[in-house]
Design a protein around this ligand. Structure first.
Ligand SMILES: Cc1cc2nc3c(=O)[nH]c(=O)nc-3n(C[C@H](O)[C@H](O)[C@H](O)COP(=O)(O)O)c2cc1C
Length: 316
């Protein structure tokens, strides 16, 4: 998959996301497609708008005990617990492949302290093959995983501390829906210096085995993703776009249950400038490419000259 062999892009889909130039506004969602090599045979990265890798922390983390994923009606409940190789191994073992990926790559960063976020984000920002950093302040599956994402004062401080460390790429903040008022958190992230927002991470959930009366996940609770959360995710994108992002001119990457072009269009109309596919990749890893093709067809059918003409155009 060399860059030379890049198939022609549809100019109506070309998207600038906080400085990053994407061939289309369709990305992968963090944690659902590894670090890149895992999907190389099944997802044509040349036709993807951008790839967001699995969360990276300073030190390697084993994650939670199994069971870590269960299927529930219309979705998945996961408690992976940020299992990852850690910064050093990510650089030594994953960056060489990432630097050959024929798409725009964003690194997703998680941490337990401000210092950890600053170190990991700043280090990864120095690699040319990383177009931006997505800060995961919204993991429901580790102790303290939601600490920064649910407290506006802490979140603003965290983003403001990371901001100067991310000099080259863009800084995206990924928010949790597990709050009373997501717009307050979005405002805090923007005030701290975020260039873009990712909405949303998973919803806290629980599944119980009625034979054993035990939770299905070893971690007891997990994060709910997939079609079950799509209307909720759309609501959050709509709220943040109207309350904060539109006026601040901050793009939103919408995600949560997107499986097809129609789902994606709903997110654009609600206020997203780009979208990401997560859980649906487990059903069909080519869905992002199908959505990009579907968007081209939809724009042609509606006589629209650019996908950005959909953003926030929900008629009220
Ligand atoms: C198995 C699994 C692992 C995930 N791991 C991460 C992660 O490491 N970092 C992160 O920011 N989000 C993670 N997420 C959340 C997704 O990126 C996404 O925000 C969420 O699943 C909603 O999108 P979806 O319904 O299309 O999956 C994970 C989701 C799943 C299902």
């Amino acid at each position: 998959m060399s860059r030379k062999a890049q198939p022609a892009a549809d100019p109506r889909l070309e998207t600038r996301l906080a400085g990053a130039k994407l061939r289309n506004p369709v990305l992968t969602a963090s944690g659902t497609c590894g670090y890149g090599p895992e999907y190389a045979d099944v997802l044509d990265y040349r036709r993807l708008g951008g790839f967001v890798g699995k969360s990276v922390t300073l030190n390697e983390q084993p994650g939670n005990e199994p069971e870590r994923i269960v299927e529930v009606r219309a979705g998945l409940l996961n408690a992976i617990g940020l299992a990852n190789v850690g910064l050093r191994s990510f650089i030594d073992e994953k960056i060489p492949f990432i630097s050959t990926m024929p798409t725009v790559v964003f690194a997703n960063v998680a941490g337990g302290s401000v210092e950890e976020y600053v170190e990991v984000a700043g280090t990864l920002d120095s690699y040319d093959c990383i177009a931006g950093i997505e800060l995961n302040v919204s993991c429901p599956n580790v102790a303290d995983g939601l600490m920064f994402g649910t407290d506006a004062v802490l979140l603003r401080r965290l983003v403001a501390a990371v901001r100067p460390a991310v000099k080259r790429g863009c800084l995206i903040v990924k928010l949790t829906p597990n709050v009373t008022d997501i717009s307050t958190l979005a405002r805090a992230a923007i005030d701290g210096g975020a260039d873009a927002l990712s909405l949303i991470n998973t919803y806290c959930g629980l599944a119980i085995d009625t034979k054993t009366w035990k939770p299905m996940l070893a971690n007891v609770t997990g994060g709910l993703s997939g079609p079950a959360i799509k209307p909720l995710a759309l609501y959050n994108v709509h709220r943040v776009y109207r309350d904060v992002a539109r006026a601040a001119n901050i793009p939103i990457i919408g995600m949560g249950g997107i499986e097809c072009t129609r789902d994606a269009i709903e997110f654009f109309l609600a206020g997203a400038s780009a979208i990401a596919v997560g859980t649906a990749l487990f059903i069909d890893p080519t869905i992002p490419v199908k959505i990009a093709d579907g968007l081209s067809a939809y724009l042609a059918e509606r006589g629209l000259s650019h996908v950005s003409e959909l953003t926030g155009r929900l008629k009220l």
